[in-house]
Design a protein around this ligand. Structure first.
Ligand SMILES: [Zn+2]
Length: 130
């Protein structure tokens, strides 16, 4: 969605909050006790489904969608590359099917509007309209 996000699954609560504070992030959690102990560094997400959660975050933090896409591995903002450039790195059928390609400045992975990208954009559009 274009936001700078760090994702953890198995860290202790205290460490999570320390990271949030250190990196000036807000910890998003479904754990109400953790959110309470984190005070201004944590936020208790109430909605259950992903789209409702995004809508909740959009309203709470006044987010705007969509921002430039980021690399799912490195979190870097992707930049546009030409189809000629992309052709060297993607399967032939992808090179022939798409004209819009992006690359991650860190890991050099190439991205194109596949099904995941389209799903995210559709979701963003619904959020903008909603
Ligand atoms: Zn990357």
């Amino acid at each position: 969605m274009g936001y700078d996000v760090t994702y953890f699954r198995n860290l202790e609560d205290k460490k999570l909050l320390a990271i949030a504070r250190l990196e000036k992030r807000i910890l998003l959690t479904k754990d109400r006790a953790l959110a309470t102990s984190g005070r201004e560094w944590a936020y208790f997400v109430q909605a259950e489904t992903v789209s409702e959660q995004l809508l909740e975050l959009k309203r709470t933090f006044h987010l705007s969608f969509p921002l430039p896409p980021r690399c799912p591995s490195c979190n870097e903002v992707l930049y546009d590359i030409s189809p000629e450039e992309a052709r060297k790195n993607v399967p032939l059928f992808v090179a022939l099917s798409f004209s819009n390609f992006k690359r991650c400045p860190r890991c050099q992975k190439t991205f194109w509007p596949g099904t995941h990208w389209q799903r995210v954009q559709k979701l963003c559009q619904e959020l903008l309209d909603g």
